[in-house]
Write a protein that binds this ligand. Sequence first.
Ligand SMILES: [Zn+2]
Length: 82
Amino acid sequence: MKIILSVSKKRHSIWKIYYKEYDDYEEKVIFKSKSISRLLVPYYKLQKHHRTLGVCPECNTVFTFFHNWYSKLKNPLCPYCE
Ligand SMILES: [Zn+2]
């Protein structure tokens, strides 16, 4: 699954997305970018994630997580306790 971090317009009306995605070959999440069609801009803007600080109610650790408009009501998962 792509985690969209930025949708921006480059020169000559080329739109690009910047995102993080799990890479099967590298076997880790890596930062990527690619050009997209103008028609997909609204779609990707809805998908865009914002970086937010969360506090775990279990261990009180402050951590960074990414959310977008439909995931922000859910509690983020603490990376330190499972
Ligand atoms: Zn925790």
